[in-house]
Design a protein around this ligand. Sequence first.
Ligand code: B1M
Length: 828
Amino acid sequence: PGLNIAGGCCGTTPEHIRQLVRVLNGIAPRRAVPAVPRVSSLYSAQELKVEPRPLFVGERTNASGSKRFRELLLARDFEGMVAAAQEQKSEGAQVMDLSVAAAGQDEVGDVRELAVRLNSGVDLPVMVDSTRYEAVETALERLAGRCIVNSVNLEDPARAEKTIALCRKMGAALVLMTIDRKGMAMTAERKLAIAERLYDMAVRHGGLAPQDVFFDFLTFTLASGEESLRDAGAETLKAIRRAKRRFPKSFTILGASNISFGLKPDARRALNTVFLHHAIEHGLDAAILHAGRIEPLASLNTETVGRCEDLIFNRRRGAADPLAELLALFGDRPSSTGREARAASRRPPPVGELILTGNRAGIAEVLAELLKTRAPLAVIEEDLLPAMAEVGRRFEAGKMQLPFVLRSAEAMRAAFDILQPHLPAGGDKGRGTLLLATVRGDVHDIGKNLVDMIVSSNGFKVVNLGVRQTPEDILEAARRHKPEAVGLSGLLVESARAMKEYVEVFAGAGLATPVICGGAALNRDYVEDELQPAYPGRVYYAKDALEGLKIMQAITGWKRSKMPNTKKQIETDRPKAEPGPVVRRAEAGATAVWNRPRIDAGFARALTKIIHVEIRRYAPYINRDVLFSKRWRILGAKPTRAARLEADWNLDQMLADAHRRGLWHGALAYGLFVARIDGRDLAVLHPGTGQELTRLRFAPAFTRRLSRQHGSARFHVALQVVTTGGRAVEEGRTLAEQGRVHDQFLIHGLGAELTEVLAGYCQARLPELPGWRKVARYSPGYPVWPDLSEQQKIFTLLRPERIGVTLTESFQMVPEYSTSAIVLPLPR
Ligand code: B1M
């Protein structure tokens, strides 16, 4: 026994933590956990000590250093700014330097706007680069994870102290810059002296740990030719070496490209490269860089390296001025590396990278550039589709979560939309066509839309017919579009049953096109044993959208090449059998029988109640763990604190927005009755007259339990139907039409969670009836009460149409986000 870590979670107050500290003071942890210095974004952590050095801090997101970023900032194009941030990750950046300071701009407001987007859109920890305390504070408050603050110096020690205290409070790392009131320190001596004072302030007195601080010794450009500055580079290198000895646990950092400011791009690249190489040799831990402004040292020829070194170390060969020599080298004959590097810097970021990172913003520009030299089909085949294939691989390997897959798919669709007009006639068919529909009586949209997004983003044409489609609708569309496969989707068991009828109708009409079936209540056995024998073509089961895609790929690959081994490929690609117990064979053929005539609806009406609830009344009961991990699939089993905070924050925003726009409502219909077990049924009786109103049929084992508990005695039961309304469904559809399936997926997950909460809320509001010490809630469609046609009995008794809920022919409730249930004393 023993304790390693103690802390608090959501809801623990500072006072609680204070008490915790008091109680635990002096108690050593059971096992000392070595502290590894790291920074982090919402999604990943980055160690500060990297091998090989240096830690690469991207500077493309610095409005003073990057013209493009400044323009995006001035245009308030936040999406573009996020894209620029993400791009530098693909260049190898491990941290991003963020500065949104620009004349006439509201820096604090911009930080606020951008931070939220960066949290969810970019996977890089942030170095907050600002001289304004308020901007730093806002950034640290808003950005997920652990940041680095850039920077403090001794120009204004009071301000430095305030920022140090802020970093300590917010857990940030900090860059200490060797500047004081006299200006930037030029010699190694002075640099170290200021470093010592800053270290005193931040570490010895400020409460930061040695490994929380970075020293930035800065450098002036060597391009001015000014005598007093000729040693600027060498002195900085010297300071780095000394600091590494004097403060071994702390880090050093440098904006290396300052060294070449004022030179032509080719010369800059070469000088930056050589200077950086020496800085690393001297012990540099981190560098703020623009990847396009350096190149591999090995790509420079010896002469170039020699000239750069002469300039850096102020070495003169005879009377020659090293600066003049370097200028001469690059002035007259641009080096080949220079040309290449120039070309590279003009080259747009690879489009595949944009797909992988789900970055829609930059796609139009990049594609326009690519189309100048390449055919649109080549771009699709060689760049876009392989990137999507990589997305699929990462998803399967568990390295990419579903929301990110959707983002990539959305970026892909955006790319297709742009390329569409450029494709040759008929080229839009791409790899083949999938005709997709949700079956009759089923309004479930999201499952099918995810399939649409994933399959279409992999080069297939998808004709999405929508929900509640009859077999005849699908047949007609199949004749028109001649698809390579028909995809059937459905949420409930009734839909799975309907699929059997559908393939029979297809068979009768002479269709033999492969059919792919998917949906929550479907399983592989049912598809292979019940549906396949009823159809002359192949019927496949797809457990999720990715599997649907694989099947499409296998089907079309086989059709195209007509190679026997590709048919085998289908067999290997075919998903392995797995348990999926929802549809049992015995149930599959069962028909729904409804005993309507036994109900006296007029009587029942008086027993029921309708209540409307505002979302703010029940939303606080959301189970956030379930929402984030199961429904949104953004958090794993052990999320980091930052990831959790971010998810919380996003949810709060969504709820506030939903509240403002009236996206979710709450309506309850319930009725209180008495009941008794009568043979295989639960007879529901009028509580006053004892008249039988209806009979409910549960699973036999459950009825036996109730019977053992109550015998022939009467007990109280309640029936309830709740809905969060139809606005969220509409919103979801609109988003899907705009290609924003990821957003629809989030709305869907939240809608599902809110509906569950509302059901619990309704149950909790029921009056406590005699014998109700402990009650339980059961819904039709679940194993205890499997026959979904029982919904009709509930509907006749409660008439939930009064709260806007109706039943489809397959007993699905409309709006989608509705549930029904019985509440009764907990069976023993
Ligand atoms: Co309920 N529900 N639910 N539910 N619900 C299920 C579907 C259920 C299987 C749970 C269970 O028994 N364990 C069960 C159905 C069993 C049955 O029919 N007898 C069930 C039930 C019974 C019910 C109610 C009837 C309960 C009641 O109130 N009496 C009720 C009905 C609601 C209504 O009529 N409107 C109800 C209510 C609800 C909520 C409102 C609380 C909520 C949202 C409902 C909704 O989505 N409209 C909800 C939820 C969230 C679920 C589960 C947990 C998840 C469904 C979901 O959102 N999936 C579900 C159990 C489960 O699946 N684990 C369950 C996410 C969605 C993206 O996935 O649609 O499956 P899905 O699509 C996937 C794949 O299936 C596949 O790819 C997609 C993406 O990867 N796929 C295809 C789908 N179509 C494809 C086509 C293809 C290929 C692949 O062709 C190429």
